[in-house]
Design a protein around this ligand. Structure first.
Ligand SMILES: Nc1ccn([C@@H]2O[C@H](COP(=O)(O)OP(=O)(O)OP(=O)(O)O)[C@@H](O)[C@H]2O)c(=O)n1
Ligand SMILES: C[C@](O)(CO)[C@H](O)COP(=O)(O)O
Length: 232
């Protein structure tokens, strides 16, 4: 069975959350959010190892982590933007990870990841050359005007919310991200970089509860979901 390294961008400051410590280090139940995320990834049989990308001034417990649930954990230093951090993580992967090997990228801020979603992503997106977990929009979509009122109702037809993990070949993703960074284009996920390079990633439906913890309300929801033991 093929196994895949996972780059985990965890070098953000959590400015929208507004906590004293970056949100990925906040406790969720019995352990920090980041450790929930790392353990859920490491527990998956398809995951070979973890490349944790932390801020240059990170002095957290994560500096002393060298393995999670028996899977190796390496570390790289992140950059100003998420794309810079992901690129740094890709470049720091072991030489044994060939350019044509697939790698996963998963946000540290998404601790509610389901094992079944990782399996589905890999099994469907690898044969397709790469792809991402995503969730189809199910609410009516409104465009806000400057006055805070509805400017328009946008079609939700064929609109999906990008999640993570995302799965691409190491070499292709490194090239695509480096090109976006060099062009000064802000790419908010790996798929966008790949799209810029002319590749059409496969959309693989993932669970709506694979939430990205951005605000305090998200943290409470993530804690509830993790406490229920339903994320399989
Ligand atoms: N320069 C950055 C920015 C973000 N991230 C990571 O990318 C993931 C998703 O980013 P986001 O939720 O936006 O986290 P923050 O950038 O920390 O949040 P904010 O935008 O509110 O500051 C997080 O795990 C975050 O740690 C990163 O590794 N490097
Ligand atoms: C990668 C991502 O989680 C997909 O939805 C999202 O783009 C990250 O955005 P952020 O602003 O860096 O949280």
């Amino acid at each position: 069975m093929s196994t895949y390294w996972c780059v985990v961008p965890a070098a953000g400051r959590g400015s929208r959350f507004g906590s004293k410590v970056p949100k990925q280090y906040l406790r969720l139940g019995d352990k920090p959010m980041l450790l929930h995320t790392l353990e859920r990834l490491a527990a998956h049989p398809y995951v070979a190892g973890l490349m944790l990308v932390v801020a240059a001034d990170d002095t957290s417990w994560a500096q002393g982590l060298f393995e999670v649930l028996g899977k190796p954990l390496l570390r790289a230093t992140g950059g100003a933007e998420r794309a810079d951090s992901v690129l740094a993580g890709l470049r720091a992967l072991p030489a044994s990870v060939e350019a044509e090997d697939f790698v996963l990228v998963h946000d540290a801020a998404r601790p509610c990841l389901r094992s079944a979603d990782v399996s589905r992503l890999i099994e469907q997106a690898a044969p397709a050359g790469g792809g991402l977990l995503a969730a189809p929009l199910r609410d009516t979509l409104k465009l806000a005007g400057a006055d805070g009122r509805v400017a328009a109702t946008e079609s939700r037809e064929a609109r999906w919310r990008a999640l993570t993990p995302q799965l691409f070949r190491r070499g292709e993703l490194e090239t695509a991200l480096a090109a976006a960074v060099a062009d000064g284009v802000s790419v908010s996920d790996e798929a966008m970089a790949m799209e810029r390079s002319g590749f059409a990633p496969l959309l693989v439906e993932g669970a709506e509860d694979n939430i990205k913890v951005t605000t305090a309300a998200d943290l409470a929801l993530a804690e509830y979901l993790l406490s229920k033991g339903v994320l399989v």
